[in-house]
Design a protein around this ligand. Structure first.
Ligand code: PLP
Ligand code: COI
Length: 353
């Protein structure tokens, strides 16, 4: 793929790494590429970061034809930059594209785009403990007409943002509200796709939880409101009576790359791990009886995030006395160790620039 590069003439000053937060600061450039049904993907380019100009009737603005990804570039101690399992994000993006009738991108082209873009922006990868360069590829339908149908035109963009921790709590346990009113997704819907609409629809419950001091909601399944699904921006895992359990991939939850990596690490080390249905009744019973030893969320932005309190129908349950548990800490250390190049990558997950 031919990628043209136009460098900015007004580079920005790099931010203070101690106050990055999440997704508020953007780098100097972005990757863009256009799709038309007749010509396929064309005009791959890295250009100065700037506002977009799109037609007011553009499909994405009316019908939400949008998918996105999230992955990170990490700076190693030797100063070099590396990515964590980028091909998995590309494959998931193409599965999301298929669900939303958006054009897929050949894996090798998407990977080339990502790597070239990170090479251009690598100086923006922060080096302080716990920081990284968050990469946000996104793809949207861009027909200039109001008919509802699969699009003939689309745009693919990658932007980048130097980030610290997603939650202000950092690695400290977060409080999660179990949502019993709104649902996020149903089987046959778009739950397994990373599309913008899933997040728009989840904001109401998220806001209600935030008003009561909770970071995010834990969703129950959309049919029975009984089975645990996932948290707003991360998958969820529990340690119940020695068994590590996580909801199986049912079609309505996002197949997280961090989730998959945690399962591989744990199975490789001989932990007792199950992907299965977990009912709210089972979880409540485990919380009441003290069998719930640990709970944590996992995701690219959230990394491994211990859950210190769960609230269901107004009843509050402390998990592990509100402290990070042994397995949670072990997963955090192992995954971030591999990501930042401090722990040997025996799985072959790292892609160096
Ligand atoms: N579930 C949801 C709803 C998410 O937004 C995310 C974040 O991407 C995840 C799970 C975790 O996925 P991953 O580990 O691939 O980042
Ligand atoms: C990520 O972890 O990359 C996500 O996409 C979560 C997000 C919605 C902030």
């Amino acid at each position: 793929m031919n990628i043209t590069i136009t460098k900015t003439t007004t580079p920005k000053a790099k931010p203070d790494e101690s106050a990055l937060g999440f997704g508020k600061i953007f780098t100097d450039h972005m990757f863009m590429m256009d799709y038309n049904k007749a010509t396929g993907w064309t005009n791959a380019r890295i250009v100065p970061f700037e506002n977009l100009s799109i037609h007011p009737a553009s499909t994405v603005l009316h019908y939400g034809s949008e998918i996105f990804e999230g992955l990170k570039a990490y700076r190693r101690a030797d100063g070099k930059v590396q990515l964590f399992r980028p091909i998995e994000n590309i494959r998931r993006m193409n599965r999301s594209a298929e669900r939303l009738c958006l054009p897929e991108i050949p894996e090798e082209d998407a990977l080339e785009a990502l790597l070239k873009f990170v090479e251009v922006e690598q100086d923006w990868t922060p080096s302080s403990e716990g920081t990284s360069l968050y990469l946000r590829p996104f793809l949207f339908g861009n027909d200039e007409s109001l008919g509802v149908h699969a699009v003939s035109n689309a745009t693919f963009i990658i932007i980048a943002s130097p980030v610290g921790s997603y939650y202000p709590e950092g690695i400290n346990p977060v409080k999660i509200m179990i949502e019993d009113e709104d649902v996020r997704a149903v089987k046959g819907g778009t739950g397994y796709a990373k599309c913008g609409g899933n997040y728009a629809a989840s904001n109401r419950a998220g806001e209600r939880a935030a008003q009561q001091g909770y970071s995010q909601v834990l969703w129950l399944d959309g049919v029975h409101r009984k089975y645990i699904e996932e948290v707003g921006a991360m998958n969820v895992m529990f340690k119940i009576d020695g068994e590590i359990v996580t909801p199986m991939l049912s079609g309505s939850i996002l197949p997280g790359i961090t989730r998959m990596s945690c399962l591989e690490v744990l199975r490789n080390e001989g932990y007792n791990v199950s992907e299965r249905l977990i009912s709210i009744d089972e979880l409540e019973e485990a919380m009441e009886s003290g069998k719930l030893e640990e709970a944590w969320g996992c995701g690219t932005a959230a990394v491994i995030s211990p859950i210190g309190e769960l609230c269901y129908k107004g009843k509050k349950y402390a998990v592990n006395n509100g402290e990070i548990g042994e397995t949670t800490q072990h997963l955090y250390d192992t995954l971030t160790g591999i990501q930042w190049g401090k722990v040997e990558d025996k799985f072959g997950w790292i892609v160096k620039l």
